[in-house]
Write a protein that binds this ligand. Structure first.
Ligand SMILES: C[S@@+](CC[C@H](N)C(=O)[O-])C[C@H]1O[C@@H](n2cnc3c(N)ncnc32)[C@H](O)[C@@H]1O
Length: 246
């Protein structure tokens, strides 16, 4: 198994374990074939630029997309990315981190699918001023269509996580929103099997990549920022090197 920076359709070749690409995921995803990904685990920036319009997707999504375009519910998020993700997934099987303003949009967009809400409660949140609750919860929405299994075991299937933010990883990878590896590993274990393909179009420092490779899944990662991309590349390469020695 080895890391490969190249065309996305090469992921099915047996020796390739991950494909990483630097650039805008909206453009790069277009090169990925239909029905080619088993699981998406992603953490989009909450202020993702809105483009609106276009995309290949089902009529229900199209209907809702049109409604969204005429509202301000998508403020800060381009729903075209969801259309692309639906296109590339074999079956809807997707975890998306989001803030509370985005929950409604996602629930409506994926309203025909089974939904679970997972939460990550931080025990060391940044203090806030008067008249405001602390920002100590992050939301993780899980959508899957009928027939998509949840594997894992008792210990991996909790819907809540209570832990401090991992300051060590933030410092190590120099990324402000690194997610806890433990949570992401559980998602990968619960919702995919060995050798299946996991995609993260907003990979940041590469947490989903590390979780996937550690658990013998294949990984496709996209990141627009060159510095974060290089961090993720090094991080994933390190895990692959360890695995090769095992
Ligand atoms: C919330 S962070 C993800 C952090 C990641 N979960 C981790 O543990 O490191 C979102 C990432 O998406 C990247 N990004 C923003 N717009 C993008 C785009 N259009 N295409 C690809 N990546 C993008 C940002 O640079 C940022 O690193």
């Amino acid at each position: 198994m080895y890391l490969f920076i190249g065309t996305l359709d090469s992921i099915n070749k047996s020796k390739i374990s991950s494909i990483l690409q630097q650039g805008d995921c909206l453009e790069i995803l277009k090169k990925l074939p239909n029905n080619s990904v088993d699981l998406v685990v992603t953490d989009p920036p909450y202020e993702f630029a809105a483009h609106g319009g276009g995309g290949a997707f089902g009529s229900k999504q199209r209907e809702y997309h049109n409604e969204l375009e005429n509202s301000d519910i998508t403020k800060g998020f381009d729903t075209k990315i969801l259309d692309e993700l639906i296109r590339v997934m074999k079956k809807i099987n997707i975890y998306i981190w989001c803030n509370k303003e985005q929950i409604n949009m996602y629930l409506n967009y994926f309203k025909d699918y089974n939904m679970d809400l997972l939460v990550y409660c931080k025990t060391n949140p940044v203090p806030t001023c008067n008249n405001k609750y602390l920002s100590d919860i992050e939301y993780l929405l899980f959508f899957r269509e009928k027939g998509v299994k949840v594997y894992g075991e008792y210990a991996t299937k909790h819907k809540y996580y209570i832990m401090p933010t991992n300051k060590a990883d933030k410092k190590k990878y120099n990324h402000p929103t690194v997610k806890p590896l433990e949570i992401i590993e559980n998602l990968v274990i619960n919702s995919s099997q060995e050798n299946e393909i996991v995609l993260d179009p907003f990979m940041g420092s590469g947490t989903t990549g590390e979780a996937s490779i550690k658990n013998k899944r294949k990984f496709i990662g996209i990141e627009i920022d060159e510095t974060y991309f290089n961090t993720a590349k090094e991080r994933i390469k390190e895990v692959e090197d360890i695995q090769q020695k095992e």
